[in-house]
Design a protein around this ligand. Structure first.
Ligand code: HEM
Length: 423
């Protein structure tokens, strides 16, 4: 099944489908400079956290940004044969018919859905969807749920990881897909007394720091990997505000209020008695996505990771617990990348380090040789070219195999680790 011919065929399809990719990943520095010139024009404080991008409000176009939740896109609960999993953004798309309702989709369907419904940049969407289909699917398609080698559900260690925002750690709760209400409450209550509740980047980076520490304190087999941790796990936090917030003329960057958060996270019930229903994520009515001119690209995401790291520098340190809670050992970037990245280089360009690590991991994950993988790595390289990343020739995963919780293709369920603390 996994042949060079197949890879070549699907890559040809994707590249042809997105000829404007370069335009959408225009250099961030030029944009930041232009925005800085206009900063003084800003009338209101930015709702996304002072200092975070963008420095000037993006455009807002109600007609173009309104997302339909009626007709063909009416919310329909998943049935017994529909797959749903850990990602609320993808589950919501499947529930509204923007992805196939059964939860299994092709790379192109994922890219179309996340760019058109949420305003994700084509570069980021292509990277996430392609990587998933290659490591967790049949090279062309994969599932938002599934099990090992069919979807996110079986990707613990190679795509899905620990210290997620609302879903429990695999060896702490025995499942990667279970929403832990105490984690939800912790986030929810961070805006309990706010005059205008908004789960923006400032709130989310504080919450991210708490969750990192909580995994150290409660999961004896906690692993924070280069790709699953630095990149995917960070995305799981920044995406909450960047994609789920509701954009408007007044707040073109968006406001993520309590009801919008609850709807996307499949939470119903009162503040005192919240209830989570598996797979019931929903796009609220009267909800507006990001403007196309403000697509959330890979360079944009990189600035958000650095923004998180300003106050939570630990999110850049790969490592793991040693089989007991509170036994976290950091693993050097130098060791993991066989000398390609020093710790400082990895910290100043975290998305480079993480994405290069992911690419260098591909032979080990797919069982394919470098010649067979060449077309794929070429495409992935093109997507991160805006960051000028130093490549990693080969990864040293033996440093990670010293972690008791490290393995690829774990989940969706596992035995709870001895000494795990649940709350
Ligand atoms: C093709 C695009 C996407 C892919 C491949 C993808 C994949 C994933 C994966 C693998 C995880 C597990 C991460 C972890 O272990 O923490 C995840 C979680 C998550 N994703 Fe996505 N995702 C995509 C798009 C989105 C979008 C558009 C949103 C927001 C609307 C989103 C929001 C989230 C959130 C909030 C979590 C964490 C869930 C929790 O802990 O409650 N994702 N996604």
């Amino acid at each position: 099944m996994k042949t060079t011919a197949l890879i070549t065929a699907f890559l040809a399809g994707n590249v042809a489908a997105f000829p404007n990719m370069d335009k959408m990943t225009a250099p961030l520095a030029a944009r930041a400079y232009e925005e800085a010139q206009q900063l003084k024009k800003r009338a209101v404080d930015p709702p996304q956290g002072a200092g975070a991008m963008p420095l000037v409000p993006p455009p807002f176009d109600a007609k173009a940004q309104r997302i339909s939740t009626t007709g063909a896109h009416k919310w329909v609960a998943p049935g017994p044969n529909d797959e749903r999993g850990e990602c609320p953004g993808l589950n919501a798309l499947a529930n509204h018919g923007y992805l196939p309702h059964n939860g299994k989709a092709t790379i192109t369907q994922y890219i179309d859905a996340v760019t058109s419904v949420y305003g994700m940049g084509v570069d980021l969407a292509t990277f996430l969807a392609t990587f998933g289909a290659v490591v967790d699917g049949n090279l062309l398609s994969w599932s938002v749920g599934g099990k090992p080698h069919t979807g996110i559900g079986g990707s613990h260690g190679n795509y899905e990881g620990d210290s997620s925002p609302l879903k429990g750690d695999l060896y702490q709760y025995g499942s990667i897909g279970k929403l832990v209400l105490s984690q939800f409450k912790e986030l929810y209550d961070m805006q309990a007394d706010a005059e205008q509740p908004n789960y923006n980047l400032d709130v989310l980076r504080d919450f991210r720091g708490k969750r990192f520490q909580e995994s150290i304190d409660k999961n004896p087999k906690y692993v924070y990997g280069p790709f699953t941790g630095i990149l995917v796990s960070q995305a799981a936090y920044t995406f909450i505000y960047r994609f789920m917030s509701n954009k408007s003329e007044e707040y073109p960057e968006g406001i993520l209020d309590k009801n919008t958060l609850k709807s996307f996270m499949a939470i119903s019930g009162s503040d005192d008695n919240p209830k989570w229903t598996f797979g019931h994520e929903r796009i609220p009515d009267n909800w507006y996505k990001r403007n196309t001119a403000d697509a959330y690209t890979i360079p944009y995401f990189n600035t958000d990771v650095l923004y998180f790291a300003e106050t939570q520098p630990e999110i850049l340190s790969v490592g793991c617990n040693q089989g007991k809670v509170d036994s976290f050992n950091a693993i050097d970037a130098d060791t993991l990348s066989n000398g390609a990245y020093t710790a400082n280089q990895a910290a100043s360009n975290p998305v480079c380090f993480a994405s290069e690590f992911a690419k260098a991991e591909l032979p080990g994950l797919t069982g394919l040789g470098s010649v067979a993988l060449a077309p794929l790595t070429k495409t992935l390289n093109g997507l991160t070219s805006g960051l000028n990343c130093a490549s990693i020739g080969s990864v040293n995963t033996s440093a990670l195999t010293a972690c008791p919780g490290f393995s690829f293709y774990g989940g969706p369920n596992a035995k709870v680790a001895k000494g795990a603390i649940q709350s």
